[in-house]
Write a protein that binds this ligand. Sequence first.
Ligand SMILES: Nc1ncnc2c1ncn2[C@@H]1O[C@H](COP(=O)(O)OP(=O)(O)OP(=O)(O)O)[C@@H](O)[C@H]1O
Ligand SMILES: [Mg+2]
Length: 313
Amino acid sequence: MGHVIATTNMKGGVGKTTLTVNIATALAKYHNKRVLVVDLDPQISATLSLMSPSDFARLRRDRHTLKFLLQQEIAGTPGSIQVHDAIQPYGGSVKGLDILPGDIDLYNDFLVSEVLYRKAIRNPERNFEKVWGAFELSLMKAVLEPVMSRYDFILLDCAPSYNLVTRSSLLISDYYLIPAKAEPLSYIGMQLLERQIRKLAETHQINRQQQTRLLGIVFGMSRNLFAGRHYQRVMDRIRKEFGANQIFKTSVPMDVSVAKAVDSFRPVVISDPTSAGARAFCQITKELLDRLTPQTAHLTKDPKQSVNLSKLE
Ligand SMILES: Nc1ncnc2c1ncn2[C@@H]1O[C@H](COP(=O)(O)OP(=O)(O)OP(=O)(O)O)[C@@H](O)[C@H]1O
Ligand SMILES: [Mg+2]
């Protein structure tokens, strides 16, 4: 069984999608891994980083996006669309890289609540919260289980919100990766995320060994990342709260080649492999592989390094 990794941060625009598609491409292209990118964000940025809008529109017409798989699970009628049908091989020159396209309307909150409410009132316990919890726990598992064994890595590109699909994705993830900017608001986004993950584990009574674990924090998109007193202060706070070894050594520089790559549907690691951004993503991919080797002591959470959330509670 491969690794399931969610890329997540409650803060928007911190580089989650760019990091996800570049790590995925580097893993497939330079490390011969079988990789699936799952786009969980209705902004469909991961999808449109790997395929053209016209290809996406065609897949949507054929009902081959995540929306239709979720719809089947919500309606409780799985079967007519298989996840294998929705998954697309990446059209560029990278073997082993697949995408499960997202959708601009992933699911309807009202409909989910209505379906689960009906289910709850049919149940003798009449416990809506319990029915919701069971659904949240099973949703993404049901969608991805048929293909889990096919991949070395499944990378889940989460939306910048803590919604049903984000929670369900965190529940099936082995690890989560936090892209962040060295800014106070990004830091608060990380704290909120840690708090939500802790609450999620409590709600579902998941023990420490089985919980999704922090794979690391990747900093990026700041020109003055390691210069200037302001950035240093923010970085010091993050090191103190999360532990210095939770921070990837490589950070992602601000690089126009990274942003331009989206236009060609080819992540920068293949569209401009010698650019500073591409080199950083390749280095981060190596670090990620190192962190997943069994000797990686830093993944054993030291209680002293756990996040101090008292200020937020
Ligand atoms: N290293 C970089 N250099 C220059 N531009 C970048 C870099 N990384 C990301 N960008 C650009 O910044 C914008 C936001 O990046 P991205 O979409 O990856 O963030 P996100 O966290 O996924 O956003 P959202 O929260 O909306 O999902 C995009 O336009 C992207 O092309
Ligand atoms: Mg994104």
